[in-house]
Design a protein around this ligand. Sequence first.
Ligand code: DUC
Ligand code: ZN
Ligand code: ZN
Ligand code: ZN
Length: 484
Amino acid sequence: MATVVKNGTIVTADLTYKADLKIDGGKIVEIGPDLAGDETLDATGCYVMPGGIDPHVHLEMPFMGTYSADDFDSGTRAALAGGTTMVVDFCLPDPGQSMLDALKRWDNKATRAHCDYSFHMAVTWWSEQVFNEMQTVVQEKGINTFKHFMAYKGSLMVNDDEMFASFSRCAELGALPLVHAENGDVVAAMQQKLMDEGNNGPEAHAYSRPASVEGEATNRAIIIADMAGVPLYVVHTSCEQAHEAIRRARQNGMRVYGEPLIQHLTLDESEYFDKDWDHSARRVMSPPFRNKQHQDSLWAGLASGSLQCVATDHCAFTTDQKRYGVGDFRKIPNGTGGLEDRLPMLWTYGVATGRITMNEFVAVTSTNIAKILNLYPRKGAILVGADADLVVLDPKKSKTISAKTQQSAIDYNVFEGKQVTGLPRYTLSRGVVVVEEGTIRSREGHGQFVAREPYPAVSKALSTWKDLTAPRKVERTGIPASGV
Ligand code: DUC
Ligand code: ZN
Ligand code: ZN
Ligand code: ZN
């Protein structure tokens, strides 16, 4: 049974053109004028784009004494409702736990997914077992990205020696390391100082994680990756200092990627000064929201190409969960939602304002991500043979974002009240219409795991520290007798 998407304008990362698109067996089989099929989807007045890929989500994640409230059911419904057709979640072994055991738990949770998904594996501790399991994860489990937390001291954080060992292992395996870049030692010290001084409200969360904490860690991770001879992906880049480190590394020939979140692009630190405790606590995430100068830097990075991807770090907690931190901001579960809102918010605040072009929009929400995560051209492309994961985006359709109408399981939305344009008329997942004019038609369990191969780019990583790459053996004469 063939489906034809008719009369739309196809928008890819590099082209905009009028054509129909024919789908069969879940794949794009033909692109051209006047196509016919058994079923027709009218795309008049719409842009036909590769579905969004969110490279950074945490669904039903055990974290800070609780679980993030959106699971693979509500989370992937939210994704589809907003035009995102694939998510990449983080498999987090408890420190001491086997990666393969943790993966069984994640495989099990993900059986509920409404859209396709993949995993990143987190390196939350270091040992010979972890070193060995990384090979199995890459070669047998289809996961070629390893996440490292430089913050969350005492739980998820890894130290520089562990990071260097893991990055070097990634280099051998053709895998890409990811970092959450914040200096965890400094954060812990600042948190304690703030608490001692009686600053226990949600605003203190932001005070304890200034931009310098992120800039320092980003730069450190970049240099360590360079010494290990491996590219690096920096998650949730939120400030100029981190962006500057990424820009400089790229200029020096390193493959370093930066990922701003839609939250950091569109919400600022004033949210933490709202008088209402719940309002501010609901927006507690790491890194925290920043000021306008940092936001401008992130937008400039998307336009110029020094930052490549827009994600959500979707990690949603209910108001009741946020209240675990009344009296101690360190206990407020870190995280915000955004899966349903990423594309409409970026369209409204990016494309409609002229900050980025439509083609850049497709690049940063889908195509660049597919390329960096080695999913391209199966995902992120409108090409014959690619999966028919599509969003038919209606630039005239608008709504006001509200928790009352969202798919997410939580009781609020950090974008509440924002008027957005650019909503899906249709979302398609492997050719199946999963959203039609705001109505979800997807099925729990429709989503499939997408395995990812190791990277060709990794073995070609160039070190700018050439002096370290080949230690020379020196044939010495005249070795003096020991001084003892
Ligand atoms: N930051 C968050 O805000 N939530 C999940 C993990 C993270 O690093
Ligand atoms: Zn993080
Ligand atoms: Zn408020
Ligand atoms: Zn995250």
